[in-house]
Design a binder for this molecule. Structure first.
Ligand code: AMP
Length: 419
C-alpha cells in the first residue's frame, strides 16, 4: 500500500467545523472596514521577488530567510507573498490610484507564506485580514486605523487584549538613534550578555528584550528612540495619542517596539493577547511613508495593519455559529429511476424558490433517510413514492400526501407550518 500523504509541515486544512468561525471574522471585518469606507482588494498570491526585496527591506528576517522563492519557466524570480502591504502599495501605484480622492482605503483577506519554524500559532501558510489607507499623512488616519482594528478584535471576542504603541520617527532619526544606542552598548560592553555583545552592530535594539541581569541594568539607562524624535514627529505622535484617548482605546507606550519590516516611519503598534502563548501578537502595523517611493512611485504617505486570522480565532475562544437552516430533505421511497429523477427535480425546484434543500445522495434505506433528515435538522421531509409525494413536518410529526407534483410540495413548504 502506498504511504498516506499529509499536508506539508506548517500548513493546516480549514475543515467545515473551522469554516464558521472564520466566516465570522470575515463578516465582522467587512462590516467594520466597509462601514468606514474601506474597499476590498485582492492581489496575486505570488509577486516578483524584487517587490519584497524593495518593499519589505533586504535586511529583514522575512526577506533574508523566510520567503518561498522560485524561478518561473522564463528565468524570473517569483515569491509567494509573505505580507500584504507591499503588494497593495504596488497595486495602488500600478493602477494610478493617486488620482482617486485620498486616502485610498483598501482591505484584504488573504493567505500569506513564510518559511518559519512551525509552532503553536505560527504557520508557514497563514491567513490575515489587513487594511491600508494610502495617500494621507494626517495623524487621524493612524488613529482611525488603530481604532478599526481594535473594534474588529473586540467584536470578535479576542481575550485579554493589549495595545502597545510607539513612534519610530523618520529613518534619519532612527539611524542617528541607532548610533547613540550602539555607543551606549559599547561603553558598557563588559556588563552585557555574550549574545547581546555579539549582536551590537547587527541588531542593537534586541538588547531591550534581554533577560540577562547585567544587560537589563545597562538598558535601564539606555537612550530611548521616543525621546529623540524630531519636533514634527513628536507632534504627530501626540496627535495620534490624543485621538486614541478620545476614542477610549487604552494603550501602553512602548519605546522599544520595533516591527519586523523596514518601511515603517512614525507610528507603530501591536495588539497582543494574553490568551496566546509565546506567539502573542494578534495584529500590528503602522505608518509607512517611504514605501511607495521605494517601489518607484512619487512620495506617498500610507498607514495600515494586518492581523492573523488563526491567532484571532485562538485568542477569541470558541463561539459557535448557527448551522444554516435546512428547509427540505428529499427522501426516495423505492428503487425506480423515475422516483429518483422526480426527487432530483423537486430539490432543484425548491432551491430555485430560495429554499435550502438536500437530497438523499447515499442510497440509504427509508429508515436511514429519515434518520439522516432528522440529523440534518430538516424542517420538512418530502418522501417521493410512485403514487404520490408525502410531506412530513418534522417538528409536529404530521404527514400528508401532496397532490399536484413537485411545485405543490415547494408551495406547501414555502407556506410553512400550515400543512
Ligand atoms: P506581521 O506582518 O509579521 O506583523 O504579522 C501580522 C500578524 O499576522 C501577526 O500579528 C500574526 O497575527 C500574524 N502572523 C504573522 N506571521 C504568522 C505566522 N507565521 N503564522 C500565523 N500567523 C502569523
Amino acid at each position: 500500500m502506498p504511504e498516506k500523504l499529509q499536508s506539508p509541515k506548517g500548513t493546516h486544512d480549514v475543515l467545515p467545523a473551522d469554516a464558521a468561525p472564520r466566516l465570522a471574522v470575515e463578516r465582522v471585518a467587512r462590516k467594520v472596514l466597509e462601514g468606514a469606507g474601506y474597499r476590498r482588494v485582492e492581489t496575486p498570491t505570488f509577486e516578483a521577488t524584487e517587490l519584497f526585496a524593495r518593499g519589505v527591506g533586504a535586511s529583514t528576517d522575512i526577506v533574508q530567510k523566510e520567503m518561498f522563492t522560485f524561478e518561473d519557466g522564463g528565468g524570473r524570480s517569483i515569491t509567494l507573498r509573505p505580507e500584504g502591504t507591499a503588494p497593495v502599495a504596488r497595486a495602488y501605484l500600478q493602477h494610478g490610484m493617486h488620482k482617486l480622492p485620498q486616502p485610498v482605503k483598501l482591505w484584504y483577506l488573504s493567505s500569506f507564506f513564510r518559511n518559519e519554524r512551525a509552532q503553536a500559532g505560527r504557520f508557514r501558510q497563514f491567513w490575515q485580514i489587513g487594511a491600508e489607507a494610502i495617500g494621507s499623512a494626517e495623524p487621524v488616519v493612524d488613529a482611525e486605523s488603530i481604532v478599526l482594528l481594535h473594534t474588529v478584535l473586540t467584536e470578535l471576542g479576542v481575550q485579554d487584549l493589549h495595545l502597545r504603541l510607539g513612534s519610530l520617527g523618520t529613518p534619519q532619526t532612527r539611524a542617528d538613534y541607532r548610533e547613540k544606542l550602539v555607543a551606549h552598548l559599547r561603553a558598557n560592553e563588559d556588563r552585557l550578555s555574550e549574545e547581546v555583545r555579539g549582536r551590537i552592530d547587527l541588531n542593537p535594539l534586541r538588547a531591550f528584550d534581554a533577560d540577562h541581569p547585567g544587560t537589563r541594568e545597562v538598558m535601564r539607562t539606555a537612550p530611548l528612540l521616543m525621546d529623540e524624535l524630531a519636533a514634527e514627529d513628536a507632534e504627530h505622535f501626540a496627535e495620534v495619542r490624543a485621538h486614541l484617548d478620545a476614542a477610549g482605546v487604552p494603550y501602553d507606550l512602548d519605546p522599544t517596539l520595533v516591527r519586523g519590516l523596514d518601511y515603517y516611519a512614525r507610528t507603530v503598534f501591536e495588539f497582543t493577547s494574553g490568551a496566546l502563548g509565546a506567539q502573542s501578537a494578534v495584529g500590528g502595523g503602522g505608518r509607512y511613508d517611504g514605501l511607495i517611493e521605494q517601489l518607484g512611485g512619487p512620495a506617498t504617505p500610507g498607514t495600515g495593519w494586518a492581523a492573523g486570522i488563526e491567532r484571532i480565532l485562538l485568542s477569541a475562544g470558541h463561539r459557535p455559529e448557527p448551522e444554516p437552516v435546512l428547509d427540505l430533505y428529499v427522501a426516495i421511497d423505492g428503487e425506480e429511476r423515475d422516483l429518483r429523477v422526480t426527487g432530483f427535480r423537486l430539490a432543484q425546484r425548491a432551491r430555485a424558490a430560495g429554499l435550502n434543500a438536500q437530497l438523499e445522495l447515499a442510497g440509504r434505506s427509508m429508515k436511514g433517510q429519515l434518520k439522516q433528515a432528522a440529523r440534518s435538522g430538516a424542517r420538512y421531509v418530502a418522501v417521493v413514492r410512485s403514487e404520490e409525494i408525502g410531506l412530513k413536518d418534522m417538528e409536529s410529526g404530521e404527514q400528508h400526501p401532496v397532490t399536484g407534483g413537485v411545485d405543490a410540495v415547494v408551495h406547501d413548504v414555502l407556506r410553512g407550518g400550515t400543512l
